[in-house]
Design a protein. Structure first.
Lengths: 132, 712
């Protein structure tokens, strides 16, 4: 085969593979992603069974119930809050007043957390000067 | 001293800007004296920034709380070791560390290339000083580590407990060394593009720095993983967190470059590709630094409340524009006449490896920035989790390991099919036999089995190549096997160092595959005397432990691990509680509801790790803590110590239930053993072949050929 033609075929094959991978990435990322929401957005209505990534502040008064941790997450600026029942690893910095990210779905009147999905943001860590 | 530090920063800024302008001017006009000014500015910058960094370290060592950054990140009770490491726990100190390391590595690079690349070096110097000016500018005007406050607070906040791990001393400086070292090939690539000197000379001269950058970044990443596994209580070593990803991306493109650069050196091909890879790697390194400071993505590693996002974004935008503009305008100069001759050649394997590496990098980039992408596309901020990353990166990693085994077996230009088959056959048979043996244990996890198979293939290839080379040397020089292997490596450090790196990566990914596919995790609530079983091990909570120290109180457990009735190991996981400066918490509550830190109980082994973390359920203690806080609003330190000790004593006498996470993880230590093998390989590849060169010089005079008589 003519070498120029061979090169073109190779290029087309490589580009097609790249395009295929990119489309697969785009499609699966949009279908597998969990939407980031605040407690008040969750309270406005959720799709049953769908997972959401809840971000907010932990309110005082969380408790351990058997293997589960039960806590309330409020909007960052205060206001509305939702209860979360969560089992799994609790990060060290977890405490009232701290900002957390946890993947949840609706369960009865509250929300149930996905195992090991709890992440705590620590405001005292790496604090920039002048930010408190 | 703070004023001196600030003065150093201003001087550094002036040196960087002045030196960059002088270098660029010297490069353009050919003025050697201007070029020399630029070069000396880099050396002076290194000296000035070393002084500035020493001032900051001294402030931390003596806990000078008039420095805002010291008061916010250290305290008199913080141990000296952590006071020394505390500067880079702050935004301000870490910027200073960045620019200081940049100045040191730039000086080393310019010293190493001072007799080469005369046309390119001035522009490279200007680019490096441009980087320095940007970071020195940030540290001077936006995040000054020498900002002071009066009056100084009585006590400092202390170093964040999570950062108290020996790795704190080495993990961040290693990452920053990797990032800053990657700016060196970046700068020389820009110089080569500007001067249109696009042969392989700039690659040859900066290869060691690219390799060193790759090594430092790799060591930094692996140390971070080790830190996570042994210290953080979640029981993993990699979480696809944006900041972890940010370090991995330039490492991947750097790996791609180290391979494709060889093709340019050998065949003069892939010039556009190489220069683009180097520029991408440099920009990704800056992006990694930016991600930690911008607040645009949610990450547990991020610096809180940072204001540096906009300048960083502008800087990255400028770098991208410059890089793209230069590559596009130099495209005619970058064309190469040589072509890929056969798909069965080392070049094509290297190229496939590059595609695989870039595909992994792209997957990680997409996943990391997905919250921004999805917000732009659909208005909803959403993110993808580890399973999404694994879906793509795992098959690509298997392909990559396979290619790292095939590459060394293929000849350059065009390998004959018969020859290629002969080379591949032995390792392939070994891998196939081992895979057949592994089916019974790993058959239910096909991806893990595939990775084990290709890793064995790589190990067999490396062994075969070493054996063949050593056998040839033995035939030629009649030396023993160890001498033959030693001589082989000495004579071709790059090649055999590279093989060791391949072996290291295969071992490391075997550890990743085994530990992620076959580990057993159990979360269980136990009281003393209680027992649970994990992967055939019986783990018993024997008794609680407590320890009160000036800056923390630690509550823990003694765990007895046994198998088939025989004692295996005793583990002592603890959870330490540090006081938190928070007015809503009382003095006692500031400990138990403040900052907590897990110390993992770990029995590390080559076959498996046994890992345990504890989280005591202190809810039954809350009434007691609240009562103590109500009764003693401002206790003396002695009284507070007594109250804390009383609660710790109660914990031992009437222990509440505790939540334990217990993990039995097979081969997890192979990750770091593989890292060590790869690291040794990289050092061998970087090591200059000085001994050999020296031997050539010391030929006795009598044996030297007579010098030709100069013609008059």
């Amino acid at each position: 085969m003519d070498p120029g033609r061979k090169r073109t075929i190779r290029l087309v094959a490589a580009l097609a593979a790249a395009l295929l991978l990119a489309s697969a990435l785009a499609y699966t990322s949009f279908t597998a992603a969990s939407k980031a929401v605040t407690p008040s957005q969750l309270l406005e209505g959720v799709t049953p069974g769908r997972w959401y990534q809840l971000t907010g502040k932990v309110l005082p008064g969380y408790r351990q119930a058997g293997d589960e941790l039960v806590f309330w997450v409020a909007d960052r600026a205060g206001g509305r809050s939702v209860s979360v029942r969560y089992a799994g690893e609790v990060p060290d910095p977890f405490a009232p007043g701290r900002e957390v990210i946890v993947t949840v779905r609706r369960s009865g009147s509250g929300f149930i957390g996905q195992r090991d999905s709890l992440i705590t943001k620590c405001p005292s860590k790496f604090k920039a000067s002048g930010t408190g | 001293m703070a004023a001196f530090g600030r003065g150093c920063l201003y001087l550094a800024l002036v040196l960087a800007i002045g030196g960059a302008l002088a270098s660029a001017y010297g490069g353009r006009t050919g003025g050697a004296q201007w070029v020399a000014v630029g070069r000396r500015a880099v050396y002076a910058l290194a000296i000035v920034l070393t002084a500035a960094f020493a001032v900051l370290e001294a402030a931390f060592v003596r806990t000078d709380l008039s420095y805002k950054v010291v008061a916010g990140h250290s305290s008199a009770t913080t141990p000296l070791f952590y006071r020394l490491a505390a500067p880079w726990s702050s935004q301000e100190g870490s910027l200073l560390l960045w620019v200081w390391l940049l100045s040191i590595w730039s000086s080393v690079a310019l010293l190493a290339t001072r007799r080469r690349l005369a046309a390119i070096a001035p522009y490279a110097t200007a680019v490096l000083l441009g980087f320095a000016a940007f970071f020195a500018g940030l540290a001077t005007f936006l995040a000054n580590p020498f900002a002071v406050q009066a009056p100084a607070p009585a006590v400092g906040a202390g170093l964040e407990p999570l950062l108290r791990h020996p790795s704190m001393m080495i993990h961040p400086p290693m990452l920053y060394s990797g990032y800053t070292l990657f700016t060196i090939p970046f700068a020389f690539a820009i110089g080569a593009l500007l001067t249109r000197r696009l042969d392989a000379e700039w690659i040859r001269s900066t290869r060691r720095f690219a390799l060193l950058a790759w090594l430092c970044l790799g060591v930094g990443i692996l140390l971070g993983a080790r830190w996570s596994w042994t210290e953080l209580g979640w029981g993993g070593y990699w979480a696809w967190d944006p900041v972890e990803n940010a370090a991995l991306m330039p490492w991947l493109t750097g790996t791609a470059f180290l391979h494709s650069a060889m093709i340019q050196e050998k065949r003069g091909m892939l010039r556009v590709w190489n220069v683009s890879l180097v520029l991408t790697t440099g920009i990704l390194a800056i992006l990694g630094t930016f991600l930690v400071r911008s607040g645009i993505l949610q990450s547990i590693h991020a610096f809180g409340g940072s204001t540096l996002g906009v300048p960083f974004l502008a800087f990255i935008g400028a770098l991208l524009t410059l890089s793209l503009g230069l590559v596009v305008t130099r495209l005619p100069d970058l064309r190469s006449r040589a072509r890929l001759e056969s798909l069965l050649s080392r070049e094509s394997i290297f190229l496939l490896n590059n595609f695989a590496l870039l595909a992994i990098c792209f997957v990680i980039f997409w996943g990391t920035f997905f919250p921004l992408i999805s917000e732009a596309a659909s208005g909803e901020k959403a993110s993808v989790g580890p399973p999404w990353f694994d879906r793509y990166t795992v098959p690509l990693a298997i392909l990559l390991v396979l290619l790292s085994g095939l590459g060394p077996l293929m000849a350059w230009r065009r390998a004959s099919l018969a020859n290629a088959c002969r080379n591949v056959l032995g390792p392939a048979i070994i891998a196939a036999l081992c895979a057949a043996g592994l089916v019974s244990t790993s058959g239910q996890k096909p991806l893990a089995l595939a990775l084990f198979t290709v890793a064995i293939f790589v190990a067999a290839v490396v062994a075969q190549e070493f054996a063949r080379g050593a056998a040839a040397r033995r035939r030629a020089a009649a030396v023993s096997w160890p001498f033959a292997v030693g001589g082989l490596v000495r004579r071709n450090r790059r090649r055999y160092g590279g093989y060791l790196v391949h072996l290291g990566v295969a071992v490391m990914l075997t550890g990743v595959a085994a530990s992620s596919s076959f580990q057993h995790v159990r979360d269980v609530r136990l009281t003393p005397g209680g027992t649970t079983r994990v992967d055939g091990y019986a783990i018993q909570y024997v008794r609680p432990t407590s320890l009160v120290q000036p800056e923390k109180v630690s509550l823990g457990a003694v765990l007895d691990v046994s198998k088939n009735g025989r004692h295996v190991v005793t583990l002592r996981p603890t959870r330490s509680y540090y006081p938190m400066v928070d007015p809503t918490l009382g003095p006692v509550g500031s400990y138990f509801n403040g900052n907590a830190e897990t110390q993992v109980g770990l029995r590390a082994g080559l076959t498996r790790d046994i890992w345990a973390a504890i989280n005591p359920d202190l809810s039954s203690f809350q009434p007691m803590i609240t009562a103590a806080d109500r009764r003693f609003i401002h206790p003396t330190p002695r009284l507070l110590g007594l109250l804390i000790s009383a609660i710790a004593a109660r914990y031992q006498l009437a222990p509440p239930p505790a939540l334990f996470r217990m993990i039995v993880s097979p081969l997890v230590e192979w990750i770091w053993v593989g890292g060590l093998i790869g690291g040794i390989g990289a050092v061998i590849a970087i090591w200059p072949a000085g001994a050999l060169a020296l031997r050539r010089i010391r030929v006795p005079a009598a044996l030297r050929p007579p010098r030709p008589v100069p013609e008059s």
